[in-house]
Design a binder for this molecule. Structure first.
Ligand SMILES: [Zn+2]
Length: 120
């Protein structure tokens, strides 16, 4: 399964980062996910649930931020958000564009860290 290897990779990167920064407990891993990344969000979330159990971050959650698709429109000379993933057309002048500016990304944006317990 495609999403499982991606989930494992996210956990690997997060675990490495946590170790490098000396973080004991990662509560959540935040990622940005574009609709053109080829990754199915729901599949990735369930794959992450499976994968984390055998990782060094068994208690972490995956938080997905959806990224809109943005194209560069030649006639408008501007970046425009796309209304539908099926049709990469400019919402203003309806010109199709293959110049995708955003929407393909899958990147880790943040690690959410548990507040350290303060012992009295
Ligand atoms: Zn346009």
């Amino acid at each position: 399964m495609h999403e499982l290897s991606i989930a494992l990779n996210i956990l690997d990167v997060a675990a490495e980062e946590a170790e490098r920064r000396n973080i004991g407990c990662v509560e959540a891993v935040h990622i940005k996910l574009g609709p053109l990344s080829g990754i199915v969000k729901s599949a990735l979330l369930s794959a992450f649930d499976l994968a984390r159990e055998h990782s060094s971050l068994p208690d972490s959650r995956l938080v997905v931020e959806d990224v809109p698709i943005v194209i560069y429109c030649e006639p408008c000379q501007a970046e425009q958000p796309v209304e539908s993933i099926q049709e990469l057309v400019c919402p203003v002048c309806r010109t199709p564009s293959n110049h995708v500016v955003a929407g393909r990304e899958m990147e880790i944006t943040a690690l959410e860290i548990a507040e350290p317990e303060i012992k009295a």
